[in-house]
Design a protein around this ligand. Sequence first.
Ligand code: DCP
Ligand code: MG
Length: 369
Amino acid sequence: MMQAAMSTTFRKIIHIDMDAFYASVEQRDHPEYRGKPLVVGGLPEGRGGVVATASYEARKFGIRSAMPSKQALQLCPDALFVRPRFDAYKEVSRQIREIFSRYTDLIEPLSLDEAYLDVTHDKLNIGSALEIAQQIKDAIRNELQLTASAGVSINKFVAKIASDINKPDGLKFIGPSAIEAFMENLPVGKFHGVGKVTAEKMKKMGLHTGADLKQLSEDELVRSFGKTGHFYYRIVRGIDEREVQPHRETKSLAAEDTFAADLTTIEEMEAQLDRIAVLVYNRLEKHNLKGRTITLKIKYSDFKQITRNRSFAAPVADLETITTTAKQLLSATSPGESKIRLLGISMSNFGEVVTRQKVEKISAQLKLF
Ligand code: DCP
Ligand code: MG
């Protein structure tokens, strides 16, 4: 018994999320914005302008991401409104990933400002995940003049929730012995994958916290919530074995762009797709990859996002197919009815196609024997 307990090793997972990301970068680069309520996103005078994010000063007035900019202006008439500068945010994103890579190569970015890190075996042999999280926060502050919040735990789920607890500039550790109580007290709305509809359904069933969910058997959970019921059953007991997956992008290869001015005509949209298709094609060439699925991603001016895809019987990689397919997928979405702020094309479903790099790696390994 004793031996079994001792051989249990926990993973060390950190979730890092930058504070008020776009707004903090703007305040760093424009000292005149500091200490002021700042809104980054569409301008309130433009039709359909939406808040991407707001500085913490602006959040005090109730301004939130995805809110119409007009409403934000009503909540805080003194707020400053600025357009996003995506290139600046991408650069910071690259810089924070470089900082993470000093400690581990097991980095799974979730978006520009957010990533999971597995530091079970950290490169510098620091050992303490809490210490590593503190060092990363310090490096982000000292080298980039920005703040991040970190959550530290033994799995992704708890680490992600933890990073939100002491925001901004927060650091929260939830160790193995604290997880069960933590999950029992957690409101159901905070559970991964529980959207507004499911949260409403749970409330009607009298399920308000993790403790309530824990009363149900796995069968009952699956009956009420489908496949996700299995996930709820495990997660409420603090069990989440999902690995931190570095290089997730190799599962698909994409190019996308957010436009300085929203696209309104089909001609503009097709012209952008011509250009983006070339980027995808070049990347496929570079990695010697062919895929079976082409996906078109569209983000409208109200930030609503859709994807449409088509799969082929055999892998494809030629420019003509990528371009034509992307345009066909676009034409099936009634283009021209809504303004578009982002277009992207991705290729996935690479199947058994083995990349040249992989072949080289495998043959190098074989030579060792
Ligand atoms: N973003 C966006 N539209 C949304 C949500 C977010 O454009 N509906 C952008 C702007 C944010 C960035 O993504 O700065 C990161 O999103 P977060 O949810 O992490 O929000 P913030 O970093 O702005 O704030 P927080 O301190 O709450 O993490
Ligand atoms: Mg953030």
